[in-house]
Design a protein around this ligand. Structure first.
Ligand SMILES: [Mg+2]
Length: 215
């Protein structure tokens, strides 16, 4: 049996990789700790507070839902968000992609750093030919990795759950990752900072889960 030696947060750990061929990382709160993220977003765009609140309500409302395709997901997403803030869905789409997500990337770049365990952990995985995927519930994944100075070439696939048609913990989202990477659920380990999204996602298909404690 081989093991990955790693240090996640402050706890040393050994993850058994006897059967592991794929590790799926969450991004926000996992590859970087994000204390006071909401506060910093608000401080940088105080006039957007109603839209930010509507976005959070929408995300919570649609958690775990699957719509089959990215277009359908975002159409439902902005229609739902519109019910929370009395705005036009197309205006909300523009706000989300042209203002809100770039703001999040900018806040990450200014205030947050990649967790220290990531680089040695990735190197250890590569030595054992374990493939790596980043699966985020938000968009702008490539921009966020760039903001964190994480080399996306270290990963075999960087993808947002909405691109696959839904939000965590919809099992279809992880099934699509497993299918693309050609591994079974039993060969997959999910690493994330939330039991209710990342943990439930792993559990929904029978994959292993490791909970980080970064944030
Ligand atoms: Mg997270």
């Amino acid at each position: 049996m081989s093991n990955i030696n790693c240090q996640l947060s402050t706890a040393n750990c050994q993850l058994s990789t006897a059967n592991c061929q794929l590790i799926v990382f969450d991004l926000d709160g996992t590859l970087y700790a994000k204390p006071r993220m909401v506060w910093r977003m608000l401080c940088n765009a105080p006039r957007d507070w109603r839209l930010m609140l509507a976005e959070r309500k929408t995300r919570k409302q649609l958690r775990g839902q699957y719509f089959g395709a990215e277009d359908t997901f975002y159409q439902t997403y902005f229609q739902t968000m519109a019910t929370h803030c009395n705005a036009n869905p197309e205006d909300l789409r523009t706000w989300y992609f042209n203002r809100y997500m770039p703001l999040m990337v900018s806040v990450i770049q200014r205030y947050y750093k990649t967790v220290e365990w990531l680089a040695p952990f990735v190197a250890d995985c590569k030595n054992q030919n374990i493939r790596l995927v980043v699966l985020s519930d938000y968009g702008h994944t490539h921009e966020k990795l760039h903001a964190l100075n994480i080399n996306e070439n270290d990963f075999d696939w960087v993808v947002a759950a909405p691109e696959l048609g839904g939000l965590k913990p919809a099992p279809e989202v992880l099934k699509k990752v497993l299918e693309k990477m050609n591994v079974t659920a039993e060969q997959c380990l999910v690493i994330g900072d939330r039991e209710d999204t990342d943990g439930a996602l792993a559990q929904s298909v029978g994959a292993d889960f490791y909970l980080t404690h970064n944030s």
